[in-house]
Design a protein around this ligand. Structure first.
Ligand code: NAD
Length: 297
């Protein structure tokens, strides 16, 4: 399969699409913003005027959109893919959306003979650029094996987690672990600072022990510098935790820690911090405790 379509050329989608071009795939791209299409056309892709045009040109159609409503619109909305899909095509949604929506979409597409996979990613913009994303996939083993070479152009690791929706469930689990981790890092460093100990010294002392983690390594230095340029934005993480809470309500699973972090993110959104990196959870604790973790402040 050499003909790939890509819809959604944002912070993540653009570098992912460019990696497909570099790997030699014949790429057709669409985004609702024309200038984002133009940027990838400049790199060698064909530009499409609608999701339908992408579906007509491609054997594998990839989407990288913000959330469930955007994916549903691209598939089932006006000029959406659905009416022109052909049996045997592959639809791979790499956005982070609700597993409930992912299952619904996969079921409808499978009825038409299209193979659907949910394949959200972890790793952020840097790994998207480097082509080393971690991809967690839900769907059939046969479809997984068929599109694995395409995904390899964008990924460092690709794991089939289970049936349709399992990739999105895995992504929600990832976002719960990361969100609660960042919050407790900010909470604990706030206590340290209030007790008169330099948070950066605490970081240096504990990073090699059991409290050390990739979250600590990436987020604590942002807190000391007060630099919350994204990275991964609070508004996207809040969207993911919203999907966690929707799923947990449906399944009657108690998720008290995640719900707390969601409340912190709501407060940060109200304070205008939605576009900050999620390390900006520190801003919630700084306001609550009238202090700054920033060394310069
Ligand atoms: P983004 O907002 O930068 O990009 C989304 C793109 O989708 C935009 O270019 C937008 O114009 C386009 N779009 C939206 N609705 C559309 C429609 N109906 N038709 C066509 N195009 C449409 O977001 P992003 O950071 O690239 O994230 C995309 C997905 O990847 C999200 O689900 C996000 O949670 C996930 N993700 C992001 C990161 C990250 O670090 N940014 C990391 C892992 C996963």
């Amino acid at each position: 399969m050499r003909k790939v379509g890509f819809i959604g050329l944002g912070l993540m989608g653009q570098p992912m699409a460019c990696n497909l071009l570099r790997a030699g795939y014949e790429l057709t791209v669409y985004d609702r913003n024309d200038h984002k299409v133009a940027a990838v056309v400049k790199e060698g892709a064909a530009g499409a005027k609608s999701p339908q045009e992408v579906a007509e040109a491609a054997e594998v159609i990839i989407t990288m959109l913000p959330n469930s409503p955007h994916v549903k619109e691209v598939v089932f909305g006006a000029n959406g893919l659905y009416p022109v899909l052909r049996p045997g095509q592959y639809f791979v949604d790499m956005s982070s959306i609700s597993p409930i929506a992912a299952k619904e979409i996969a079921e409808k597409l499978e009825e038409t003979g299209v193979h659907a996979l949910d394949a959200p990613v972890s790793g952020g913009v840097e790994k998207a650029k480097a082509g080393t994303l971690a991809v967690m996939v839900g769907g059939s083993a046969a479809a997984f094996e068929a599109v694995k070479p395409v995904l390899s152009a964008m990924a460092g690791s690709i794991v089939l987690v289970g049936p349709a929706g399992a990739g999105q469930t895995c992504k929600l689990v990832n976002q719960m672990i990361v969100g609660v981790n960042i919050a407790i890092i900010a909470e604990a460093l706030t206590l340290g600072k209030k007790a008169g100990v330099d948070p950066e010294n605490i970081f240096q002392a504990i990073r090699g022990g059991l409290a050390g983690s990739q979250c600590l390594e990436d987020k604590a230095p942002r807190m000391f510098s007060g630099n919350f340029d994204p990275g991964f934005r609070i508004n996207l993480h809040a969207k993911d935790l919203g999907n966690v809470l929707e799923t947990s309500r449906e399944l009657h699973v108690a998720v008290p820690l995640t719900a707390q972090v969601m409340e912190m993110m709501q407060a940060l959104l109200n304070d205008g911090h939605g576009a900050c990196d999620h390390g900006g959870l520190a801003l919630f604790y700084e306001k609550l405790n009238s202090l700054s973790l920033n060394r310069e402040a």
